[in-house]
Design a protein around this ligand. Structure first.
Ligand code: SF4
Ligand code: SF4
Length: 431
């Protein structure tokens, strides 16, 4: 059967209406020394040292930027351990024993409205750089680099679409802290001297519409923008097209068209950085899937182990069954082999499923993957070229355009993990 798939199963109606449980006192927090964007990292502390919340304890080194590492609780640095990271790999984490005092580093200081009103774009850039703010929707791209654009920005878009199934972390953030969202947008508008901002949500989110259409009546320049209910509506290119009518050319930066966009969690990170001069030390996440008893939303300290949260969802539904763990959404997230993984700044959710043995069938050339691909690739052809290890053909099929949305695998009638082949093709294409 040929099927174009952009409408994926809605699995979040109930979870989105559950207020987040505050779990901010784990016994230990774990902070990665490296990550997917920074292959190297240095520490400024040694075992046994006391650290304060928000203290700068190290620096990660990326290809063209550095990323400060901050403690997310106060306590003692007790060692380095390996755990699974959001990128699906085992990496070294700093382990801090929480003293439950939450004494803040002296760098954390509240700015007055008068001080904030005087901040220039360069000041904002410096603040987000020092606070290590990154794209919290999962991209982990350094936010200060976006702030460095020399283009004239006339529209700010806030991405609160959260288009993958299951995840409701941004949804709860928006409902529970609307003024932080609005103030964060106002700071971004000040930084870019921009008069217009849109908060983009799916049109089916009635609760968000109700809250924000009331609150925004009093706010100049910020409007709600209800976009489509399909996937991948949250992809930057698709969101910009729906919100402004502008179709970006392949590889074109939004700033080229006077647009800059931020995930809604990032904008709340901006609020905290500007108002209190603190990095992201807590975040909203969802824990869900058919492998646990009670799916819930949480607000946790960054660095919390998923293992600590499993008892709070009443454990695994079928403890004897093998589980599949996914950090992030089911379409774009990374699978990890166990619950020994850590909530870093960019982890939006952990999905736990009982493992079902779904057997892949041979490709029936139905074309569903081709019809579903939002960037107009031919996934089945790429897969065949990868199987044949035909590098020339792979390059011609342009797999580097792939945004890894997962729709080709989702729509495949034969349950083939087509996206995995496209990832392999990307590696081939870069050789
Ligand atoms: S994962 Fe890549 S190839 Fe597959 S549908 Fe999405 S963009 Fe297209
Ligand atoms: S890979 Fe799957 S979706 Fe694509 S043509 Fe083959 S059977 Fe159809």
């Amino acid at each position: 059967m040929i099927a174009k798939t952009r409408h994926i199963e809605d699995t979040k109606k109930l979870l989105g209406s559950l207020p987040a449980v505050r779990y901010v006192d784990p016994e230990y927090v774990y902070l990665p020394i490296t990550n997917a964007r920074c292959a190297k990292g240095d520490l400024f502390i040694k075992e046994g040292d006391h650290v304060d919340t928000c203290q700068l304890i190290g620096m990660r080194h990326g290809p063209f930027f550095e990323q400060p590492i901050h403690a997310t609780c106060s306590g003692t640095f007790v060692g380095i351990e390996k755990h699974y990271h959001r990128n699906g790999k085992l990496v070294d984490f700093v382990k801090i024993k929480n003293d439950f005092k939450d004494t803040f580093d002296k760098s954390a200081k509240k700015r007055t409205p008068e001080e904030i009103a005087k901040l220039t774009k360069d000041d904002f850039t410096e603040i987000v750089k020092n606070c290590a703010l990154v794209g919290l929707g999962g991209s982990s791209f350094p936010t200060y680099v976006k702030f460095q654009t020399d283009k004239k920005i006339d529209t700010i878009l806030i991405n609160a679409i959260e288009c993958e199934p299951y995840i409701t972390a941004d949804h709860r953030l928006m409902l529970e802290y609307p003024y932080r969202v609005i103030n964060g947008i106002q700071y971004a508008m000040q930084a870019f001297n921009c008069k217009k901002a849109y908060i983009c949500i799916k049109s089916k989110y009635k609760d968000l519409k109700e809250v924000y259409s009331q609150l925004l009546k009093e706010v100049e320049g910020i409007e709600l923008c209800c976009v489509g209910n399909y996937y991948p509506q949250g992809w930057e290119v698709e969101m910009i097209k729906s919100a402004t009518g502008i179709q970006l050319n392949p590889g074109e930066l939004p700033s080229n068209r006077g647009i800059i966009d931020f995930n809604v969690s990032t904008i709340v990170g901006l609020y905290k950085a500007v108002k209190y001069n603190i990095p992201v030390i807590k975040r909203f996440i969802s824990i869900t899937g058919d492998g646990i008893n009670y799916p819930k939303n949480f607000r946790v300290r960054v660095g919390t182990s998923i293992k600590d949260l499993i008892p709070l969802v009443d454990g695994y539904k079928n403890p004897d069954k093998e589980k599949v763990f996914i950090l992030g959404g089911p379409m774009m997230g990374a699978s990890v082999p166990s619950d020994d993984c850590i909530i870093t700044k960019t982890v939006t959710s952990i999905l736990v499923f009982d493992k079902h043995d779904e057997k892949e069938e041979p490709c029936v050339r139905c074309g569903s993957c081709v019809l579903s691909c939002p960037v107009h690739l031919e996934p089945v052809q790429i897969m065949n070229a990868v199987k044949a290890a035909d590098k020339e053909r792979i390059k011609k099929l342009n797999p580097l355009k792939c945004i890894e949305c997962g729709l080709c695998a989702y729509s495949c009638t034969s349950k083939i993990q087509v996206t995995d082949y496209i990832r392999k093709a990307k590696i081939f294409a870069k050789l």
